[in-house]
Design a protein. Sequence first.
Length: 207
Amino acid sequence: MSSNGSSRFRRPAPLFDSVAASIPGEPDPASSADLAHDSARALLDGVFHSSDPEVVARVVALAADDGLTDLSALWSSAPASTLPGALWRLYVLHTWVQQQGGDEVVRRYRAGSRTAPGLRYVSGFAEPPEVEQVQRTMDHILRGAFTGDLALALRRAGAVAMIVAYGTAHLADDDLGDERTRQAERLLRTGEELTAAGHRAEAGQLD
């Protein structure tokens, strides 16, 4: 990556604009924080203690349904260091991967894995990743946040986002594309925020 691109690569916007911009509504500042935390905790606890696989399936598919739209006005402005903020970023990354398609994500992942080989082990992707595996693995990561180890799921998602960010930056160099550079910035920030949230969850500090 060029020196100019590198300096810009460290100052990203917090969310993927193409997804976040499509979400309508603004929260009431007086109550949004409490509602965000209460809704996130209720969703997480409800799924974790449910033995119904259909409940889990509905939560994994939430990004494609109106349920995520209903919650986004609260969650999207929550800090990344909070439970609603971390879950929002996890859902946004999941949605972005589904929208990009397996071929494009694999292309970026393979380009980025050479830059950060250590992150490959955290992501849990097969090496080299197969196209048909990408969306399946992202579903598994999202499902794991609600049914298994939240901290691990957030760290895995963070690793995926950062690897894809590095790959996107490399491809931006090749294509001389400013939009790819900006997208790499957003992916990197989201990956760093998810990783930090995962460490907070592991320490019992993700409220």
